[in-house]
Design a protein around this ligand. Structure first.
Ligand code: MD3
Ligand code: FE
Length: 203
């Protein structure tokens, strides 16, 4: 269990490291085709995290709300395909965490520069809350905030490092969560940033 009293999520320390020689060049290609951008919340605020997507569906936000879309709204093109190494990593992690048969159709790329953060929220835009979300942390360390069923519930703080993978599912799937402001730093491989990948079954 990640925190006492929970058993639905599994932290796989360094699980992504053996995949990175293949995964990082694929990540570069994705952000060339679909650049990271600061989307606007429905309320009109610019997100401090820069985002892009790969796979059949991509998560977007704008003045009309949050949703999954088949096309990049900036280019009008379909999102770049999910590279085979992304899918292999996500499926191996889900399997190792006790979720066999995970088939993600969306991968959200989040880029945190120092100071960027993600406020407490729930992920509710997917159709099937029985499917887990697999997250892969790359680059600078971050403090993940793992709250409860209500926004006001006290959040546990979990340090996530380069290569860590977390599989979030079951009773934890709708818990509030967020990321504390990223501390300044320089990662040996990724430089002054953290990149997080989240694999989802959106439809
Ligand atoms: C726990 N991203 O993109 S990933 C997000 O590090 C998001 O960029 C964070 O929250 C990041 O929506 C955290 C880990 C994560 C993702 C989804 C969850 C944890 C979750 C859904 C339910 C519970
Ligand atoms: Fe989230």
């Amino acid at each position: 269990p990640l925190v006492p009293g929970s058993c639905a999520s599994v932290l796989l320390r360094a699980f992504a490291l053996p995949y990175l020689d293949e995964l990082l060049p694929a990540l570069d290609s994705i952000v060339l085709a679909a650049p990271l951008r600061h989307m606007a919340t429905p309320g009109g605020l610019r997100m401090s995290v820069a985002m892009s997507n790969c796979g059949p569906l991509g998560w977007v936000t704008d003045g009309r709300g949050y949703r999954y879309a088949r096309r990049d709204p900036d280019s009008g093109l379909p999102w770049p395909p999910m590279p085979p190494v992304f899918l292999r990593l996500a499926q191996a992690a889900a399997q190792a965490a006790g979720y066999p048969g995970f088939v993600p159709d969306a991968c959200l790329l989040n880029r945190y520069a120092p100071g960027a953060r993600m406020a407490l929220h729930q992920d509710r835009d997917e159709c099937d809350f029985n499917a887990p979300i697999v997250s892969v942390s790359l680059g600078l360390p971050a403090t993940f905030l793992f709250g409860g069923a209500e926004r006001a519930d006290k959040a546990a703080r979990i340090g996530l490092l380069h290569g860590d993978v977390v599989v979030w599912g079951g009773a934890d799937r709708l818990r509030f969560h967020g990321v504390a402001p990223l501390k300044e730093g320089e990662h040996a491989v990724l430089g002054p940033q953290r990149i997080n990948l989240t694999f989802r079954k959106a439809s």
